[in-house]
Design a protein around this ligand. Structure first.
Ligand code: ATP
Ligand code: MG
Length: 412
């Protein structure tokens, strides 16, 4: 039971799920079903015992370890906020008593506090009145307090609903978004960098089943590139706990050899990206994925100028390319990467690409690139790359197995 829980009231985990409310009834039912499945899969992956109770905009999760349940559910997409709460009968006096039980542990004379009250589906009392009843109970019982609604030292949250009262003081923000699996599958191009894991996470947050594709440049890639991409993949699998998370690793060294040999250096980066899009779009078709995702960000490097992005996009054929970070500032992306867990201070490994030229072209056209692709024999290279893909599966934050059936203990 949580800290300060008055012994006569049981502890529950309160789960708020916001955006699902916007959908029509049948869609809402489908989304809530997916959310419950995903919450269950995440809790089971941690061996947690639980039961769920669904109410409008709220799910109550009962179980012997509410603290761990709340921690796991705060990383499930579709969940907006979680809190370990005290569940009381639907009576303002009982709610006030439970709120005092929590507040008494935290408040001492001279401190400021606020009560945040909500009410739904219960007549005969407003949320202001519920807040006032609770506030005066706390105020009278603990001397020397002041109310401060703007920036209090302590906040207690109370809710009155048909099924009962909920009281908590430590809401934990969760990612929100849509439940994993409620949107289509996508292939996300995962590098060892900062951007692409964030792009993948954003698509996961939006309900997509993300499958990763990484091109391993072999001798042309820095020695830490593949292991960093694997780490990103492992970390991101912690955001869809209970489900297998697939990474396709394409052995692409042979491609870079040809590229470096056969085309003028300034075109290497754009042709490399077109190669990735070609392989990615074919893989998407094979796997039934509906789009490609990249961490592209306008103007970040030569291959991400608008003319170059236009010239590269055509290589994806009919598969749309989604670029969730296109207008981000790099700092915003880094802040997100820290929250997600993919930004690491010690990232100073060897992550460079040995094929990058000194002066990459910033303005190419698809016509000139198609001409160069003929010289390169791009169609054969793409077919060769597809046959050089192996799958690595991660689960619950760890790499579980690879294409050779060998286990690995790499952690995200
Ligand atoms: P990131 O952009 O993810 O920080 P980066 O800076 O190394 O990585 P860019 O050159 O900016 O890569 O490439 C733009 C996008 O192309 C990446 O965000 C990623 O989606 C994709 N990409 C780059 N390198 C690879 C790779 N080796 N395998 C798969 N996708 C890649
Ligand atoms: Mg980048």
């Amino acid at each position: 039971m949580g800290r300060g829980n008055p012994p006569e009231f049981p502890g529950v985990v309160l789960v708020r799920y916001g955006e699902l409310f916007l959908k029509s009834e049948p869609v809402k039912r489908q989304f809530t079903g997916a959310l419950l499945r995903n919450m269950g899969a995440a809790m089971e992956s941690e061996g947690l015992v639980y039961t769920c109770e669904v109410h409008r905009g709220r799910i109550l999760v009962h179980g012997p370890d509410p603290g761990r349940i709340a921690a796991v559910l705060s990383r499930v997409f579709g969940v907006v906020e979680v809190a370990v709460a005290v569940l009381t009968p639907p009576d303002p006096e009982e709610i006030a008593k439970a709120a005092l039980g929590l507040a008494a542990e935290r408040l001492s004379p001279g401190m400021t506090f606020a009560v945040r009250a909500r009410r739904q589906g219960v007549e005969g009392i407003t949320s202001q009145e519920l807040g006032a009843i609770t506030g005066s109970r706390i105020y009278d019982a603990i001397g020397g307090l002041r109310v401060n609604l703007d920036s209090p030292d302590y906040e207690v949250f109370v809710e009155l609903r048909e099924f009962g009262g909920l009281v908590y003081d430590h809401p934990v923000p969760a990612p929100g978004g849509l439940p994993w699996g409620t949107q289509g599958p996508v292939i996300s191009l995962l590098s060892s960098g900062i951007d692409s894991p964030v792009a993948s996470w954003l698509m996961m947050k939006r309900g997509c089943i993300v499958e990763h594709l990484h091109f391993d440049g072999g001798a042309f890639a820095g020695s830490d590139v593949l292991s960093m991409a694997l780490r990103h993949h492992a970390t991101l699998s912690g955001w869809c706990r209970g489900y297998p998370f697939i990474l396709n690793v394409c052995d692409a060294e042979f491609f870079y050899r040809e590229l470096v040999d056969k085309v003028p250096p300034r075109y290497r980066c754009v042709l490399c990206k077109r190669f990735m899009f070609r392989v990615g779009s074919l893989l998407a078709e094979q796997r039934g994925a509906l789009a490609l995702v990249t961490g592209d960000n306008l103007g970040q490097v030569a291959s991400q100028t608008l003319p170059n992005m236009a010239a590269i996009s055509g290589a994806a054929g009919r598969v749309p390319v989604l670029r969730p970070l296109i207008a981000n500032d790099k700092n915003d992306t880094i802040t997100m990467a820290r929250k997600i867990g993919t930004f690491r201070q010690e990232r100073q490994g060897d992550l460079g690409c040995r094929a990058v030229p000194g002066m990459p072209a910033t303005k190419t056209t698809s016509d000139e690139l198609e001409r160069l692709e003929k010289r390169l024999g791009m169609d054969d290279l793409v077919a060769g790359a597809l046959s050089r893909c192996r799958q690595v599966t991660a689960r619950n934050g760890e790499i579980a197995e690879d294409g050779n059936g060998q286990g690995s203990t790499l952690q995200g």
